[in-house]
Design a protein around this ligand. Structure first.
Ligand code: ZN
Ligand code: ZN
Length: 248
């Protein structure tokens, strides 16, 4: 499987991660990645950074590190309406936005509430990826959300950290098999993300890749294989930026 980019990682400022942007980018270079997205936990995650941190992404140079970087966010989903913890104005300035359910930031919801919530997230034009939708504590109707992902041209991630023995999220393996089956049915593409909170895990797919192969999911529908494939889900400015900077 061709895998040249990791779209979900955290640095020190996320509060429970261990490395700097420079250390994460150096790890991405060692793993032969062509692109790395830094996606810090948004403000409602205990210990994470203030919104000023995200506002100040404007001073960063995407091409000043060991691999080209994107600077984005992992939003916290807050309620069944799909509210998130960043203003639309600031969110529109992110290179990439993942939205995830994290127990400290949202109550456990019924299957109907969780499904409706994720459909609202998929309908939000400022969010590109639904993160780790794999947790037994948030039951979801995968068929319904896959249909909404197809209608809104959005990605689900397969989160390698969820599948590790150190994961806090129960049921990920079986839930991902259900999600992938629904994605195949509705022709939804996916992304494999490490969700690395330390440099040694950048680009990790030791659990996600075997699972995807087990499911029979078509490898050409995994967007990690090229920048242009991945960029087709992001705002056009990202593709334009890298086109002008000779990376495509
Ligand atoms: Zn998360
Ligand atoms: Zn994360």
């Amino acid at each position: 499987m061709k895998y040249i980019l990791d779209s979900h990682t955290h640095t020190l400022v996320s509060g429970h991660a261990f490395c700097t942007i420079r250390e994460m980018s150096a790890a991405a270079r060692r793993k032969n990645l062509s692109l790395l997205a830094i996606t810090e936990h948004c403000v409602n995650m205990p210990g994470s950074c203030h919104e000023y941190y995200f506002e100040n992404y404007r001073i960063l140079d995407r091409n000043a590190y060991d691999v080209p970087l994107l600077f984005g966010v992992e939003l916290n989903i807050l309620d069944e309406k799909g509210s998130v913890d960043m203003t639309p104005q600031l969110l529109s300035s992110m290179d990439v936005a993942i939205a995830s359910l994290h127990p400290p930031c949202v109550r456990f919801m019924s299957r109907k509430e969780t499904t409706d919530c994720i459909i609202h997230i998929l309908e939000n034009p400022l969010i590109q990826i639904v993160g780790h939708l794999d947790d037994d504590r948030f039951p979801v109707n995968y068929d319904e959300v896959a249909r909404a992902a197809a209608a809104n041209h959005k990605l689900f991630e397969i989160n390698n950290s969820s599948l590790a023995s150190t994961s806090f999220r129960p049921g990920a393996h079986d839930n991902y098999l259900r999600l992938l089956e629904s994605c195949m049915k509705h022709d939804v593409e996916i992304i494999l993300n490490s969700d690395a909170h330390v440099d040694t895990l950048v680009g990790a797919r030791d659990f996600s890749e075997p699972l995807v192969k087990e499911s029979g999911f078509p490898l050409e529908k995994i967007v990690n294989d090229s920048l242009s494939h991945y960029f087709s889900y992001l705002k056009p400015e990202i593709k334009d930026y890298f086109s002008n900077n000779l990376y495509l």
